[in-house]
Design a protein around this ligand. Sequence first.
Ligand code: ADP
Length: 366
Amino acid sequence: MANVTLKNVTKQFDDVVAVNEANLEIRDKEFLVLVGPSGCGKSTTLRMVAGLEEITSGEVEIGDKVVNDVPPKDRDIAMVFQNYALYPHMNVYDNMAFGLKLRKFPKKEIRQRVEEAAEILGIENLLERKPKQLSGGQRQRVALGRAIVREPKVFLMDEPLSNLDAKLRVQMRAELSKLHDRLQTTVIYVTHDQTEAMTMGDRIVVLKDGFIQQVDDPLTLYNEPVNMFVAGFIGSPAMNFLNCELKEEGSGLYLDGAESFKIKITEDIIEETPEIKDYIGKEVVFGIRPEDLHDASIKSDIEIIDENTIHAEVEVVEPMGSEIYLYLAHNDHSFIGRVDAESTADVGDNIKIGVDRSKMHVFDKE
Ligand code: ADP
């Protein structure tokens, strides 16, 4: 068991800086997820921790020991990749035992560890099968088993579920979380899928273009994104961004979206972020998640007043069963509302949308 620390870690490939001065402290037993779009530097970060990629500058520590010059096999880590790379001619038992045999573990201990891992993963009855006789989910379990038997200090996982179909992915997500609870080991997990990150991570690192944007637990990331990138990346459907102007009228601050809305900013928000006043008279971006919008014609938790209302025309209606997605537009604004299933809004209707002002965000126009 171990903590992992990155100190000013940079990786440069010719003219591409894949990871830029990354500082990160991964706690012992933590499930930490690296998330971001393709090419943002997730795999490179993981590969530097694994020792598969040389570090251009900075230091990586595993369990308080600098490992920059320690070869991968001596780092006490185990990696699980998206292509499980099982040996096709070996059965499940031998696939799982292989790494231990190489390390000259006694036969008895190998058997004990493989059987224990197989039991944890529920694959005890598959030990004699060859990889081609297994389903995708079973193969993924064998790949995990191969990592587990090594009893490493740290598990490194690079998109381990991305080759599985959607349903299995959801199931394996929960299984991996349970596995982490049971093994009590540090896990660093790479994914481009924000849902995977949100459901599995104790903490999440959001990366963009080689730079760490924010490191926080899932709820903090969702509720308090530090910038538009994080706000737009976390959550589904994504947060709406509406261009407008910040105006002061009387004693109040308003987000003025011309004829579409004039929303009063609550005193709470002004108290929490007094620097918002620096933007009076400037263009800003009003951020609101689809789930924080309501069809004003039906009863909801928020009281509908002029100061929290957006006017819009309904362009598309997507009934989802328990709720309805409304694709809305007015002037230059277009946005999505995730409203109550009771909504009877129809395509072409001009409707009023209520904003839960306790959930609104104001961003610098980038
Ligand atoms: P991610 O895992 O987030 O998709 P990567 O860490 O694989 O991103 O890549 C980050 C950046 O580094 C990308 O621009 C990628 O093209 C570049 N890169 C990764 N590996 C190499 C390499 N071996 N040679 C040159 N550029 C690379």
